[in-house]
Write a protein that binds this ligand. Structure first.
Ligand code: FAD
Length: 523
């Protein structure tokens, strides 16, 4: 996938695109796949890298959302369960079945959560991944050997899905390209073009050359997540906000803290939050918090109190208490919650919303990763109508995604490439230098860097270490130590000079500071 070739297509288009999607997260990529699969000429532009926003910072679950049962939102759970099944069928290389154990320390928790999870099974129906079960103390400890034993009365186990969010985003990008669509990172939209009161295109700047492109479009979809109100105000400066951002933070720990194959799910912490401790790529991801925020930086920083909350609660459920110094990485993301006028962010709807402005600009926001496909379908339905495009049905429910192959039975780093895995391995076989590991504590080799640049539009050290591989989240310090080598490889692939290479390493070092709780790589 060649960025320069994509850029030439934009410069030489000569006629309006059918659909231009702004934003390269789950929602925008989902809309672009849906539009391209319908045969519309489709372009997606992302201001930074694909999935740089919220879509690389999730809890990595493809789930119906057990927590919504509590609020009686059965429709929301049903939709998400249906989408969970669709995604497992269309991207079996990226989504796997995971057992979640709800530990019970009070007598009523077993029967109470057992009954709730039976309802979850019922709603999943044929799309169920296996029935939930009550567990005795021994069976609970067998599933989570490091679970706090003191006062344990047993538990309940249920099944849900797990994935790699940034890799799914990359897969959607590759699917857009397979379908003949065009997508560009580092291409922010700075303005909207209007003709006769209608939005007829966008002005986007290529950050690599500095050149602004005026891009004509019959339909424009705003899929910019927590930034969607800023985009809507380019269309209507008086537009009222429709999203309310809420920050969620995770910490990543060594697998020794939770060596079993199952995840822990705590449905109700002291202050009513849901907490997960999930095995992921050989580590444990613990999260998440839910803090209303007003600032929406592209690099949100975990708050000190969020880290304290996660450490304190992890310590309650695990035999070994994790300390700040045990944190391999921490990361924060911003939920684009649809405003419902409620005061507390946690009470707002997680459902998605599609808005069509009088100018024809379509905004799609809210929802969750699990429902990205149905969000894309809804947005493209509305955009086709607004832009007067020929009516064509969505095809994405049964569309296999790029790399679609054998189902994942065992989590393994190369599975995320699906059918591309053999080509990545071949790179390593053909060039001994590319077979070298990037770092002793990371499960990656140099070939994956070359592949990310050549085939997955990675442009920076961060793109490679944060999203094409997940090195930054698996071990932020190790990823920093690997950065100079990655910068060398990138400079070679992209024909950049030594000054560029040095700047890349410096910029990456500054980024890593935000992924370490004590604020220092050596801390
Ligand atoms: P984003 O991913 O933020 O994408 C918007 C993109 O628009 C960004 O990349 C941004 O750079 C780009 N952009 C903004 N302005 C411009 C512009 N002017 N020009 C071009 N591009 C622009 N969901 C699940 O299903 N499972 C989970 O386990 C889960 N866990 C979560 C945990 C946390 C902590 C959070 C915060 C969310 C979680 N979610 C989960 C929800 C899910 O991650 C989000 O709903 C989803 O990622 C939002 O995707 P998006 O594309 O709308 O937004």
């Amino acid at each position: 996938m060649d960025r320069d070739a994509m850029l030439r297509r934009v410069a030489d288009a000569g006629r309006p695109w059918d659909v231009v999607v702004i934003g390269g997260g789950a929602t925008g990529l989902g809309a672009a796949v849906d539009a391209a699969a319908r045969g519309y000429d489709t372009l997606l532009v992302e201001q930074s890298d694909f999935a740089k926003g919220t879509s690389s910072r999730s809890t990595k679950l493809v789930h119906g959302g057990v927590r919504y049962l509590k609020s009686g939102d059965v429709g929301l759970v049903l939709e998400a369960l249906r989408e969970r099944g669709t995604l497992m069928r269309n991207a079996p290389h990226l989504v796997r079945n995971l057992s979640f154990v709800v530990p019970a320390y009070v007598w009523w928790e077993g029967p109470f959560y057992g009954a709730g999870l039976k309802l979850y099974d019922l709603l999943a129906g044929e799309m169920g991944l296996g029935p939930s079960r009550r567990l005795g103390i021994e069976a609970t400890l067998k599933a989570i050997p490091t679970l706090e034993r003191d006062g344990l009365r047993g538990g309940v186990v249920y099944q849900d899905g797990q994935f790699d969010d940034a890799r799914l985003a990359t897969t959607l990008l590759l699917t857009v390209a397979d379908l003949g669509g065009c997508a560009l990172n580092y291409m922010p939209v700075e303005g909207l073009v209007r003709a006769g009161g209608r939005v007829s295109g966008v002005v986007a700047r290529d950050l690599e050359s500095g050149r602004a492109h005026t891009i004509a479009a019959r339909a424009v979809i705003n899929a910019t997540g927590v930034y969607c109100d800023a985009l809507r105000r380019l269309d209507d400066p008086g537009a009222a906000s429709v999203v309310s951002p809420s920050q969620g933070t995770h910490i990543v720990l060594d697998r020794a803290f939770q060596p079993g194959a199952s995840a822990i799910m705590v449905p109700h912490t002291d202050d009513g939050r849901v907490l997960f401790a999930v095995p992921w790529h050989g580590r444990v991801v613990v999260g998440t918090t839910d803090t209303p925020v007003t600032d929406t930086p592209l690099e949100p920083r975990p708050l000190g109190e969020e880290i304290d909350f996660l450490l304190e609660h992890a310590a309650r459920y695990l035999t070994r208490d994790p300390k700040r110094s045990d944190i391999l990485a921490c990361f924060a993301g911003l939920r684009p919650l649809v405003r419902a006028g409620a005061a507390a962010t946690a009470a707002l709807s997680r459902d998605h919303m599609v808005l069509v402005a009088p100018s024809g600009l379509v905004t799609v926001t809210g929802g969750k990763w699990t429902t990205y496909r149905s969000m894309g379908e809804d947005a493209v339905d509305r955009a086709a109508a607004a832009g007067g495009l020929p009516e064509r049905p969505s095809r994405t429910r049964t569309l296999p995604l790029h790399g679609h192959g054998t189902p994942v039975r065992r989590p393994e780093p190369w599975d995320v490439y699906g059918t591309d895995a053999s080509a990545v391995r071949r790179l390593a076989r053909e060039d001994a230098a590319l077979a070298e590991p990037l770092h002793p504590r990371l499960p990656y080799v140099a070939a994956q860097v070359a592949w990310a640049v050549r085939r997955e539009m990675a442009r920076t050290v961060e793109d490679v270490l944060a999203r094409r591989t997940r090195a930054l989240l698996l071990d932020a310090r190790a990823s920093l130590e690997a950065a100079p080598r990655v910068a060398d490889l990138l400079a070679r692939e992209l024909c950049r000079d030594a000054a560029w290479r040095d700047r890349q390493v410096e910029e990456y070092a500054a980024l890593v500071e935000g992924y370490l709780p004590t604020g220092g790589a050596g801390a």
